[in-house]
Design a protein around this ligand. Structure first.
Ligand SMILES: Nc1ncnc2c1ncn2[C@@H]1O[C@H](COP(=O)(O)OP(=O)(O)O)[C@@H](O)[C@H]1O
Ligand SMILES: [Mg+2]
Length: 337
């Protein structure tokens, strides 16, 4: 009898249990739509493979910080909007989005956040405007059931005072300047301290290597890289996509090799990109070195050993990818001169 009662109670309670939480990648693909005008192909979003892992790290309860050192147009801002929508819908909390300038805030709201929310039935109309500290309604301060969303410019760090936030979303932090009002990044992170389950999501295209906060934070992380299997040899490749500013010829490459095994050739090359992914159908240059030819070096400098390659041309205003591919455990990165 007790058994039957237990089972009946358990069955009744099960009805009230919330559905299992979806990892962010699945939630985004199930509930978010990219609107017309924002993308060539509007409709349900299908994440690019590298976006999926970043998304799932964001909602992993074991992970407090996610740091994305990135190039432009790889869908990071879209992921921040996806994370915002998921918190609003599934796990309401005080959320703060920190962007470099007031213009960035306005552009983000008008061109990304609102169009995606409006196009996605699960969250359409859920963000109400709320009054800021002066009592004015503003598009940068939103309320939703159980939480709030503030979108703040790093240029005006005084807007960060008097708030506590559990979810901090940061975009383009290397473009943020410390003003005489203080260091917005630092202030924003302090605002999360009262939440043991806080989340700090940071992303940026790195700018100056000496002052870059995203590089520093990435170094403090477990430093995952996006790895691709080389289409030619099927070995793992390390890829780094970059924006090439000006037309130029390249005739030498300085791979930073910090360690090398006794065997296993190292191939490195440059190819074009397609939608943020390396396009191995457009390889511009490829050079293979046997271990004795590989020179160890730790950082780029004028005296670093250069490996001469067949000259190739990079067009200005285009993205390219450096890739290295090897069956052996080299520790490397590949800048050109
Ligand atoms: N999974 C996806 N599928 C199709 N388009 C996408 C996807 N993710 C992002 N985009 C689009 O790609 C462009 C660049 O994305 P964005 O998030 O602004 O990149 P980033 O912030 O890294 O520069 C935008 O137009 C965005 O709508
Ligand atoms: Mg962006």
């Amino acid at each position: 009898m007790t058994d039957l009662l237990d089972r009946t109670v358990a069955a009744a309670l099960a009805k009230f249990r919330p559905p299992p939480r979806l990892p962010l990648s699945q939630w985004i693909e199930r509930h978010l739509r990219l609107p017309e005008g924002l993308v060539a192909k509007p409709g349900p979003i299908r994440l690019w493979p590298f976006q999926r892992e970043i998304a799932d790290a964001i909602t992993d309860p074991e992970i407090e910080r996610v740091t994305v050192k990135k190039c432009v147009r790889v869908g990071y801002t879209t992921l921040l909007t996806g994370a915002t929508a998921s918190y609003v819908a599934n796990e309401p909390a005080p959320i703060l989005t920190l962007l470099p300038t007031e213009d960035d805030c306005r552009n983000y709201i008008v061109s990304d956040l609102e169009p995606i929310f409006d196009a996605s039935p699960t969250v359409a109309g859920i963000l109400a405007t709320a009054a800021d500290e002066t009592g004015r309604n503003t598009i940068r301060h939103r309320r939703f059931p159980g939480g709030s969303l503030k979108i703040v410019a790093a240029r005006s760090p005084r807007n960060l005072r008097a708030h506590t936030v559990r979810i901090l979303l940061i975009d383009e932090e290397d473009a943020m300047e410390v003003t005489n009002e203080g260091d917005a990044l630092d202030l924003a992170i302090k605002r999360t301290l009262s939440f043991p389950n806080r989340k700090i999501i940071r992303g940026s295209t790195p700018t100056d290597a000496d002052t870059s906060t995203i590089c520093r934070e990435y170094e403090a992380s477990d430093q995952r890289v996006r790895e691709f299997r080389c289409v030619e040899c099927k070995e793992f490749a390390h890829c780094e996509t970059f924006f090439n500013q000006h037309d130029r010829w390249i005739d030498g490459i300085t791979p930073w090799i910090h360690g090398k095994p006794a065997q296993g050739n190292l191939t490195f090359g440059v190819c074009g990109t397609y939608r943020g992914e390396p396009d191995f159908d457009s390889v511009l240059s490829m050079t293979t070195l046997a271990p004795p030819q590989v020179k160890l070096t730790n950082a780029a400098g004028p005296d670093d050993p250069m490996t001469t390659v067949e000259p190739f041309f990079l067009k200005g205003g285009r993205f390219y990818t450096y890739f290295t591919s090897t069956p052996a455990a080299y520790i490397h990165a590949v800048p050109t001169r």
